[in-house]
Ligand binder design. Sequence first.
Ligand code: MSP
Length: 500
Amino acid sequence: MKYFTTPIYYVNGNPHIGHAYTSIAADILSRFWRTIEGEKVKFLTGTDEHGQKVAKSAEKLGIKPLEFCDKVSMEFKNLTSILNLSNDDFIRTTEERHKNTVIKMWNILLKNGYIYKDFYEGWYSVKDEAFVPENEVKDGHDLSGNKLEYLKEESYFFKLSSMQDKLLKFYDENKDFITPSFYMNEVVSFVKGGMKDLSISRTSFDWGIKVPNDEKHVMYVWLDALCNYISAISYDNPDKIDFDQDLWDNSYHLIGKDILRFHAVYWPAFLIAAEINPPKKLIVHGWWRCNGEKMSKSLGNVVDPIEVIKTYGLDQFRFFLFKESVFGTDCNFSVEHFKTRINTELCNDFGNLIQRVFVLALKSTENSTFIFSRNYDDHDIVDYVSSVSDLKDNLEKFMKDARLTEYLKEVFEKISLANKFVDKMKPWELLKTDLDKFKKVITALIDSIIEFSAYLYPYMPETINKVFATLNISIDGYMKNKNIDSVVISKPTPLFKKID
Ligand code: MSP
């Protein structure tokens, strides 16, 4: 059983490559564990709809905040289809099920003595919905140059300062809480540096969840937003937070490195204070840049995932995102690299392998049924079969650690071995000279193609369904019963188009 989540996305910007990247990563993990490993999986995504930024965007358009949120949230819902995400839930922070959970969380924190009322005075970034310490402010701007607001208002506070020891103990006892592990160092040194109490309510606007019994306050948007992960697995119990504990004990939050502190410090602090265990793991990824530069509207280099998908295809995009960079570190988007990878790895290496093998197999049959012949005696065939036999173990290991790029590399190394095997065995000649050996070579290759395809399914589900359909089988059927002795082959059509 596993529970994968994406961050819930702010509704005041258009869907961009960052959203696509986090979401597809969660989709790959979900599909792997659900379809390939047969586990029960819940996959959640959604939208983060409260806060000053959203209120301002709605005001600019002269509409009510909820009307604005309905519209943009729908765009994010559409994005889940455009990206072919297999999420089985979509949460909005404006839903009752979420608001109820957040209010219960507030009441527990209050009851446990972690909330008090005072005044907040200091800088606030509306862009990041974050309080900015004085040493990170220069002429009213943060270190990235974003304009800040100076706030002075009554506020409720969460006793974050009292959480230092508990958090450090938690990190110490859960050394693999964050992957890749180097992000852990950053978090530990932040917490060791000492933390001030966190302001968790605002009074200068009202687009948010109202604080119980003090309705001029709305809750800080991050406290609200983080609770979504629990709201979505909560049962409808009016008295307490009552949720699917098994799912929670196996929960994995996918996040970009920019929101690490919220997830690795504030979220566990709220949970520990509420006597709830933190999630099992944070899976953190780096940032995409474009041609070496930070993506920004003013530079005009923002990659629009919908455009890329329309032009080059969804599975090509999904493949590229995870093959191009090492998942966890920063990455660079370049159309030239994109084209090269599609043409060489997808068209030449993977697509052609399938096309060549299926066409030859079909040629050798009378009624399109290819009967497998696995009594291998030839040492070239035996060597080949053994060279690809460790695939399953290697891939499971990579997926357990969310090493999504190494996983893909491993599959493509095996694909390259298969291509070398074809070139060496020259099955088109065997078809004329040694039918018995031909059948064995093709059997070994079809077995590999089915296995490579199954393992590529999480990354390129549509394409792989096509491969399976050409063999008149389905991935679900195959995963349930791998003992196939024959396949009916339909005429294959090329899986990928070359890009000029
Ligand atoms: N609403 C908060 C999350 C609350 S979760 C309780 C938020 N929303 S967001 O819309 O800004 O989410 C952005 C996601 O996209 C984050 O995971 C972020 O890391 C990711 N990216 C945004 N720009 C990105 C790149 N240029 N590259 C890769 N991912 C980046 O934060």
